[in-house]
Design a protein around this ligand. Structure first.
Ligand code: CUA
Length: 334
């Protein structure tokens, strides 16, 4: 299981080999120059030692050639760190489009996971092998950090916003998950396991854990109980608030003249702080839902809004979604 190099965690994702390669390159260059400089120092100490008490050294005029050489070579080596590192950084920080999404909420001191199909887990995350998994993460309290050494991924979860990371596991197994940001007394105990399963096994696990309804369905119910539907006519006709059908990931024209992409963070902000970015043509009349909607409910509301956007017919996304797939349109109260 362990790598042949001591202290190197198991390598179990498509990215981990690339991260290791860069890491070994950095270590190799460091070891090479440490040895080179040490040997040259020893050689110079002996070769140029003072041989008589009254010795006067020969003056040196300097050498442009030499100075150029010892500037250009380190520059090129440093740039190779930068380019290679940036490549891996960008690949790691841009989740692929077709990834399976899992919502993660950190809390002192546990990890809560929610699959789009509704299954929830605590301190354990089941995923299929060979699928790209995107974690959409936030926290209910302080900053935490999701660190899965075997996948070589690590990202902070920050109050008030969503961060993401992604991985594709390459072999089934149980991999440790750590909180990597000091978050109070039980920080060291805030860990868990990622359980990577064969796809068929994963499907069995999913269907064995139905009970729960999909995140989008829960979101739809919240949407009704919180009264959102009375302003946001779901199928596009006018209301006091902008229609939400197809809005997810679209470019939204704001009253300020700017445009924003309606991603998870924008929707979250619009629910908690509706006045921050008002859509063109609407008044600043929406009340805040700060303190009304918790992080897990937020995730469900966003899942519901996503489900309206991902197909224009308004059909439910999740196979386990219950009831009529078409979101009911409430009449505007007069
Ligand atoms: Cu959560 Cu450290």
């Amino acid at each position: 299981m362990q790598s042949w190099v001591p202290f190197i965690p198991e390598s179990a994702s498509t990215q981990s080999g690339k991260v290791d390669a860069l890491y070994f390159y950095l270590s190799g260059v460091t070891i090479f120059f440490t040895l080179l400089i040490a040997l040259v120092i020893i050689f110079f100490v002996i070769r140029y030692r003072r041989r008589s008490p009254h010795e006067v050294p020969r003056p040196i005029a300097g050498s442009h050639k030499l100075e150029l050489l010892w500037s250009v070579i380190p520059f090129l080596i440093a740039m190779s760190f930068f380019v290679w590192g940036a490549q891996i950084f960008f690949a790691n920080s841009k989740p692929p489009k077709n990834a399976l999404e899992v919502y993660v909420v950190g809390k002192q001191w546990m990890w809560k996971f929610q699959h789009t199909t509704g299954q929830r887990e605590i301190n354990e995350l089941h995923v299929p092998v060979g699928r790209k998994i995107k974690l959409i993460m936030t926290t209910e309290d302080v900053i935490h950090d999701v660190f899965i050494p075997a996948f070589r991924i690590k990202a902070d979860v920050v109050p008030g916003k969503y961060t993401t990371e992604w991985f594709e596991a390459t072999k089934p197994g149980r991999y440790h998950l750590f909180c990597a940001e000091y978050c109070g007394m039980n920080h060291s105990g805030m860990g868990g396991w990622v359980v990577v399963m064969e796809p068929t096994e994963f499907d069995n696990w999913l269907s064995g854990n139905v009970g729960a309804q999909s995140a989008a369905t829960s979101g739809k119910q919240l949407f009704q109980t919180l009264g959102c539907a009375s302003c946001h006519g779901t199928s596009g006709e006018g209301g006091r608030g902008p229609a939400l059908l197809g809005v997810f990931n679209s470019q939204v024209q704001l009253a300020s003249g700017q445009t924003v992409r309606a991603d998870e963070s924008y929707i979250r902000e619009s629910i908690l702080n509706p006045q921050a970015k008002i859509v063109a043509g609407y008044g600043p009349i929406m009340p805040t839902f700060q303190g009304v909607v918790n992080e897990e409910q937020m995730v469900q509301l966003i899942a519901y809004i996503k489900s309206m956007g991902s197909n224009a017919a308004g059909a439910a996304v999740a196979p386990s979604a219950q009831g009529s797939p078409k979101p009911p349109v409430r009449e505007m109260p007069k």
